[in-house]
Design a protein around this ligand. Sequence first.
Ligand SMILES: [Mg+2]
Length: 374
Amino acid sequence: MQIVDIQITHHQLPLDPPFPASWDTQPRRRFPATIVRVRDNEGRTGVGSGDAMVGFADYASLFIGQDPRLLERHAAVLDNISFHAGRCWPLEIALWDLVGQIEGRPLWQKVGGRADRLQAYASLGTHRTPAETVALALQAVAAGFPAVKIRFGRPLLEDDLAVVAAVSGALAGRARLLVDCNQGWRMPWDTQKPWSDAQALEVAQELARHGVYWMEEPLHRADYAGMAKLRGATAVKIAGGEGTREIYEFYTLLERGCLDVYQPDVVWTGGMVQLRQLAFAVAEAGALFTPHTWGNGIGLLANLHLTAGTVGAPFLEFPWDPPFWTVARRDFMLMEPVEVDQAGWLTCSHAPGLGIVLDEEQLARTLSGRSTYQ
Ligand SMILES: [Mg+2]
């Protein structure tokens, strides 16, 4: 059995009206997706998506002619490539999808088979007024979500805290409230510094007062000492790791007790081989493993299979902020968009691999030479 072809295409879905993402100072006019297809000599195709596969073309020959089932080997080569070029983990996801098809097994079974489903939390993506955010949070509860995540980053911290006060009151006893401070995240043009330890503690104390379940990215992702100290000083769970690039950094975070909630995204960091091991290590340490999934439906499903099949989680991120961010926009490349059921559950397909079918017509319409938001 051999890999005979790897195809990488870039796509951009026009966004009209634009999506005013809270973590981006520029409204997003396009939603990019890079689709990776890996084909074997028996006509099967595995699919992955996530990073833009920057610089991969120089290394494609390391995979052509290889047995697709050598997943540990492929993961090691991709780890080396990430040292020299971009993060090419979407190919690893495509290889797992392909091997799942070869073996006739869905990925949630292949990674461990613990469960085929997880509940999802509604992860909002825009800044709105307190009243508007309360209305949207209640809409999320009515849709079955057991938790809602809101975003900080307004010009005035007091405006962020006013939203926490309003939404925590409205959700009390009905759903958990999560707050993403996005201090470990920056767009290339954003040069402001993250919060200091003292600022993060002040916010954490305020969130604790409102019963917030987790505080996400309160500090720069490399501030290990600050995160460990903050975690010891507050009752709010500290979450992070979505922007952490190297797998060894997660083990440092674990050793130093930096986080209660680990959020690596399998299509950005580590792939299935490495994050499967990390998930068990996180669970062993008594912490939560619940990946970042703010991308498209392929990434969401890869993280769902990984988490449901290994250690489980109280809930998994589900990008949701209608009408600005909808399942139709997020999953434009899929024939069957990923939806939650009436009780907020996401269920993995029992078809082999990831169990997805690409919308080829939509992919042809959105084909682009760019993989950016503009
Ligand atoms: Mg986040």
